[in-house]
Design a protein around this ligand. Structure first.
Ligand code: TYD
Length: 207
């Protein structure tokens, strides 16, 4: 693939979405071509699946169903958005990707990383991120930020032990040496985190 595929990852409350908005503004101001997309979502079909996944009235959803729906939304996203744009040589930035499923369904839902990875290998059809930018933040800061949030969806409403497992899952994954993983300290101010993210992004697309 000619283009570059960059994924933004982090637990709920890491400030990822705010940072992404700032990054988008920077890219627009500097006439840098990119495609910004998100998971679950990014296509009409995947956004439909997203609505099923996040709706607060779907409390009976089994964990395997949840994992398969995230993977299904991802397969459509890969085929319709990510692959074609990478083929055109474009910069594709996705808000979340497979690492989210490993953390949330693998660790959070305790389905096991290997099983969740297996269904995702099928879903992504070989499309792996060139780099993953991970917004790392401690659980106390997250809790603080979440209390200020307005409305929670089905997944955010899960109990504290689920979020702790997700957090620990991410920590376990980022502790493994991987030169395609970029860690950003997201407990700092929005401005500092934005600057650090843009700096890394420019290094990636410049090189
Ligand atoms: P969203 O509102 O996009 O949250 P955020 O701004 O934190 O990215 O909701 C996405 C939710 O879905 C979030 O709680 C993480 C969860 N999720 C999974 O559980 N598995 C996945 O594979 C993905 C992509 C997201």
């Amino acid at each position: 693939m000619k283009g570059k595929f960059i994924v933004f990852e982090g637990s709920d409350g890491s400030g990822k979405t705010t940072i992404l908005n700032n990054v988008r503004e920077y890219l627009d101001d500097n006439n840098i071509d990119y495609v910004l997309t998100r998971e679950p979502g990014g296509t009409k079909i995947s956004e439909g699946i997203r609505n099923v996944l996040l709706a607060n009235d779907k409390t009976e959803m089994s964990h395997r169903t949840e994992a398969l729906l995230f993977a299904a939304a991802r397969a459509q996203h890969v085929d319709e958005i990510i692959k074609p744009n990478l083929r055109k040589g474009r910069l594709v930035i996705s808000d979340r990707y497979v690492m989210s499923s490993l953390a949330y369904q693998g660790y959070g839902r305790e389905l096991g990383v290997d099983r969740v990875k297996a269904i995702n290998d099928f879903a992504i059809d070989g499309i792996k991120p060139d780099y993953t930018i991970f917004f790392n933040v401690d659980p106390i800061t997250v809790l603080d930020r979440k209390r200020k949030a307005v409305e929670a969806d089905r997944l955010e409403n899960e109990d504290e032990s689920y979020h702790t497992r997700v957090y620990e899952g991410y920590q376990e994954m980022i502790s493994q040496i991987d030169d395609r993983l970029i860690l950003i300290d997201a407990s700092k101010s929005i401005d500092e985190v934005t600057d650090a993210t843009i700096k890394k992004l420019l290094e990636i697309i410049g090189g």
